[in-house]
Design a protein around this ligand. Structure first.
Ligand SMILES: *Cc1c(COP(=O)(O)O)cnc(C)c1O
Length: 228
């Protein structure tokens, strides 16, 4: 199936659901992104700053770019002018830098806090206590140029269905608690980004509002390093 066919399949599947499709285009070239764009897709996710910045420069300006990978503080400046959503905020230090760079461009940058839910050491993210600590901090409360619109999580790789479900449930419970405790009056806090090619159906059942789909749209990624 072509990229366009895959997108049509997802579009059909998501009809009537309150779920946004993020097409994860990492390691795929600009031509592949354009193919998806021409099939109507407008939101793309990338996990490497340089690749993201190059594609944003080369591709149509009505694309919404989401940063979904670990973001180093010293690289925020390269995406601050145009990024639509940073899904992978995993420290107060990073959020502080995003706020600073957003201010330089007179923007408010939407962010998700990435929560660690997997049973692995390799994934970035905050634990529950760290999320709460961040949201209570004076530094966060003083920030004027970021807006936290929800949470993001990555479930364990190759886990049993039951474990994946538990991990998504854990994130949903945290999301509901954070919503009530910190964002009760803010309609903008509404995104729960969970689910990838292998587990998005479970994620939607458990309350996801954003699924991040790469390989089942673009095919299995053949290269590890993108070249423009
Ligand atoms: C690569 C990636 C995805 C997409 O993964 P697929 O299994 O190819 O759908 C989703 N989220 C994050 C954070 C990723 O790095």
């Amino acid at each position: 199936m072509s990229i366009a066919d895959n997108l049509i399949k997802y579009k059909k599947e998501l009809e009537g659901e309150n779920v946004e499709l993020i097409a994860v285009s990492k390691f795929n070239d600009a031509a592949a992104v354009l193919e998806a764009y021409n099939a109507g897709q407008r939101i793309f996710g990338e996990n490497i700053v340089q690749e993201l910045a190059e594609k944003a420069e080369a591709l149509p300006k009505d694309i919404e770019w989401h940063m979904i990978g670990h973001l180093q503080t010293n690289k925020v400046k390269y995406i601050a002018p145009f990024i639509s959503l940073i899904q992978s905020v995993d420290s107060l230090k990073l959020l502080t830098e995003i706020n600073k760079q957003a201010a330089k461009h007179n923007r408010i940058i939407d962010c998700l806090l990435q929560v660690y839910i997997a049973d692995e050491d390799t994934k970035f993210g905050l634990d529950h206590a760290e999320v709460i600590e961040l949201l209570r901090s004076e530094e966060y409360l003083a920030m004027k140029n970021i807006r936290i619109t929800g949470l993001m999580g990555i479930a364990s790789n190759n886990a049993e269905e039951k474990q994946t479900k538990d991990e998504f449930q854990e994130l949903k419970v945290l999301f509901d608690g954070i919503k009530v405790s910190f964002f009760r009056k803010e309609d903008s806090f509404k995104e729960l980004s969970m689910g990838m090619s292998g587990d998005y159906k479970l994620a939607i059942e458990e309350g996801s509002t954003m699924i991040r789909i790469g390989s089942s749209i673009f095919g299995v990624r053949k290269i590890k390093h993108y070249k423009a």
